[in-house]
Design a protein around this ligand. Structure first.
Ligand SMILES: *Cc1c(COP(=O)(O)O)cnc(C)c1O
Length: 390
């Protein structure tokens, strides 16, 4: 049935993003019976391909839930009632992890910085000095509602030196830039197909270290026979093992297409176009007289550009005008960042420099529609210079 609302022309959201044609083709494959040998082999093959993309040895753990509940499952499974958790909050997702953690931990220490800044690894080292009993640390690599990055490699090194267990939410950075579980000493590394992989949003991909599995197995409260259980799915990758419940067959088809797309293009090539698109976009934003949300450009994400909403303008009015005048979809902020910024996604198929110029036109045009003076041509020219300098 057709919606009565006209479809967008171009979706430049912070995710879910428009899926690659290859993903859509894969999702049109038959929905197989999950006990059939064909599907059991296919499932194992896909999890091994995911491990190739994640650059890990063990086949990837797939949860048949979206990454947000997937992160909750990581908290529920890993955090035992004796654990002291260090939560690093530089944005909405980082802050949010603390609320999940509260259901499971003994105590939480939190480092919170303004949501346009990044966590300083020095603060993490300091926290361990003060509280050597910290066992689990959680960090978001790219806190999408702020469009900012945290230095997860440096943080991970400190956590490992103190024998802590690190959870890294890389949902909106993996496959859009150079980040993998082992680079950042992640014990649980969480991502999904719906952001930079250009797939559909229904699954969680997790790389879980042996250290983390040991901790989960020793956790008397780790859920089983539950949607929040990691244990239930630990061995499900193997064609010799049963599934805990029926996996999302159509989503697995889509994931297969997304991973094939990523590996066939070549990860380095994919990251390069994400970075270039974001750089062109940022140059254009500044040239149009608008302000980036990130306090310094060095922490601005290559997969999403957050732009401060100009004083006296309403964020929803901007989104509405961009959608109505140009058919272009942007994202607003979330929770604490709602109303303060507009987000331009550069994820998957739209991480192409031409879409930087599309975003500048639609954002500048929307602001003009709302009566603001914006030099769109200057923005496009600045973006062009970044693209041409390649
Ligand atoms: C999108 C996102 C999530 C959650 O993904 P859902 O698809 O909404 O479940 C979690 N963390 C970050 C950083 C994200 O960008």
């Amino acid at each position: 049935m057709a919606s009565r609302i006209k479809e967008p022309v171009i979706t430049l959201s912070a995710g879910p993003v428009a899926a690659y044609p290859r993903v859509l083709r894969a999702m049109s494959r038959p929905v197989q019976y999950d006990f059939d040998p064909w599907f059991l082999q296919f499932y194992e093959d896909v999890t091994r391909k995911c491990a190739t993309a994640l650059r890990t040895v063990a086949p990837t753990l797939v949860l048949h839930i979206e990454p947000a509940p997937g992160i909750e499952a990581a908290a529920a499974s890993l955090i035992s009632p004796d654990d002291v958790v260090l939560n690093l909050a530089s944005g909405v997702y980082g802050k949010g992890f603390g609320y999940w953690s509260a259901r499971y931990h003994k105590e939480m220490v939190e480092i919170e910085v303004p949501f346009n800044e990044a966590i300083d690894p020095g603060q993490v080292a300091e926290a361990f000095r003060k509280r050597p009993d910290i066992k689990i640390v959680s960090v978001v690599h790219h806190d999408t509602p702020s469009g900012t990055l945290n230095p997860v490699r440096e943080i991970g090194k400190i956590v490992r030196e103190h024998d802590g267990l690190l959870i890294v939410d890389a949902v909106s950075s993996f496959a859009g830039m150079d980040i993998h579980p082992e680079d950042c000493f992640a014990d649980i590394f969480i991502t999904g197909p719906g952001k930079c992989l250009g797939g559909a949003p229904g699954l969680t991909l997790m790389a879980v270290s042996d250290r983390a599995w040991k901790h989960i197995e020793a956790n008397p409260k780790a859920p089983f026979a539950s949607v929040l259980s990691l244990k239930d799915w630990k061995n499900a990758w193997s064609k010799e093992e049963d599934f805990a419940f029926t996996p999302s067959v159509a989503e697995m088809n889509g994931l297969d297409g997304a991973i094939d797309q990523y590996l066939a293009e070549g990860p380095e090539n994919v990251w390069r176009r994400h970075a270039l698109t974001a750089r062109a976009c940022r140059a254009g934003i500044k040239a149009m007289g608008l302000e980036l949300w990130a306090k310094t450009e060095s922490i601005a994400s290559p997969t999403c550009t957050a732009v401060r909403v100009p004083a006296g303008v309403n964020d929803d009015a901007i989104l509405k005008a961009a959608r109505a005048e140009f058919g272009v979809v942007f994202s607003s902020g979330r929770n604490e960042t709602k109303g303060k910024l507009i987000r331009i996604g550069h994820m998957g198929p739209v991480a192409e420099p031409i879409y930087a110029t599309v975003a500048l036109t639609a954002l500048g045009g929307a602001l003009r529609k709302l009566g603001r003076k914006v030099d769109v041509a200057a923005g496009i020219e600045a973006a062009m210079q970044v693209i041409e300098a390649q």
